[in-house]
Design a protein around this ligand. Structure first.
Ligand SMILES: O=P(O)(O)OC[C@H]1O[C@H](O[C@H]2O[C@H](CO)[C@@H](O)[C@H](O)[C@H]2O)[C@H](O)[C@@H](O)[C@@H]1O
Length: 237
């Protein structure tokens, strides 16, 4: 067990990032493996917290639901552009925007000449990954930067071996703020667990509501595996 890592308490509202936190990083977005036992742990922790457990991911809700089936957890998806309240359907948030078609065409055309570079379209954004072609980082960055500067309403987001275009106003703080206004989240102590720079917004929102953030690199010495072990302990406490 990592030192100073608090165990999950029954008065918490838990906000969990997905990639790099619950799931190990994989060579490409569609190659992630959902470890045996993760879904059971999430179900158990959610039951213990009276349903106050959410996923907050840069992924679209369709990806998250496919990975965690049969669970359909509340949370924020696409960096807060889609929000699902407990028991509800996912709906676009106030930050949602549609990526212009010409951008996608432009990115796909460039990627077709850069073997290993992947374009990941999302309902309200797009990511361009260079994990399999690290030598293309500068070119991917330059192209994504041009796209962001040409279209009002989107900002460039540096990610793990990728750059994303995210609507301005979208952030992981938004789902925390929204869910904390709804039962069973409201009145609980929010704890946001993440690994990435985008997760800092969610952690800051948790602090505003009297809670705190846990960072995979700083608080979980074993990385995602340790996060999963912590959840499993929390589910059976
Ligand atoms: O907010 P998250 O749940 O952490 O999602 C952030 C992004 O994760 C995915 O990309 C990252 O993970 C991939 C799989 O391990 C990896 O191949 C890639 O290099 C990483 O950048 C996802 O594809 C993005 O849509 C998410 O925004």
């Amino acid at each position: 067990m990592a030192s100073n890592l608090p165990e999950i308490a029954s008065d918490w509202a838990l906000f969990l990032d997905l990639d790099g936190t619950l799931l190990d990083i994989a060579p490409r977005p569609d190659a992630v493996v959902v470890p045996l036992g993760l879904v059971d742990s999430l179900r158990g922790v959610a039951a213990r917290l009276g349903g106050a457990a959410a996923i907050v991911s840069g992924r679209p809700v369709s990806d998250v639901d496919r990975f965690l089936a049969p669970l359909a957890m509340p949370g924020g998806f696409g960096h807060g552009t889609e929000i699902r309240l407990p028991g509800g359907a996912p709906t676009p948030s106030q930050a949602a925007r549609t990526v212009p078609r010409e951008w996608l065409d432009r990115l796909r055309e460039a990627a077709s000449g850069w073997p290993g570079v992947l374009v990941e379209p999302k309902p309200h954004g797009v990511a361009m990954h260079f994990r399999l072609a690290p030598e293309r980082e500068a070119e991917v960055h330059g192209l994504m930067q041009r796209c962001a500067s040409e279209c009002e309403g989107y900002a460039l987001l540096p990610a793990h071996m990728a750059f994303e275009l995210r609507p301005t106003g979208a952030s992981k703080a938004l789902p925390v703020e929204v869910l904390m206004r709804h039962a069973p989240f409201g009145g609980r102590r929010p704890v946001f667990v993440g690994d990435d720079v985008t997760d800092e917004d969610g952690m800051e929102a948790a602090r505003r509501h009297g809670g705190f953030g846990l960072h995979v690199g700083r608080d979980f010495q074993g990385g995602s595996a340790e996060v999963r072990a912590w959840l499993a302990r929390g589910a059976s406490a």
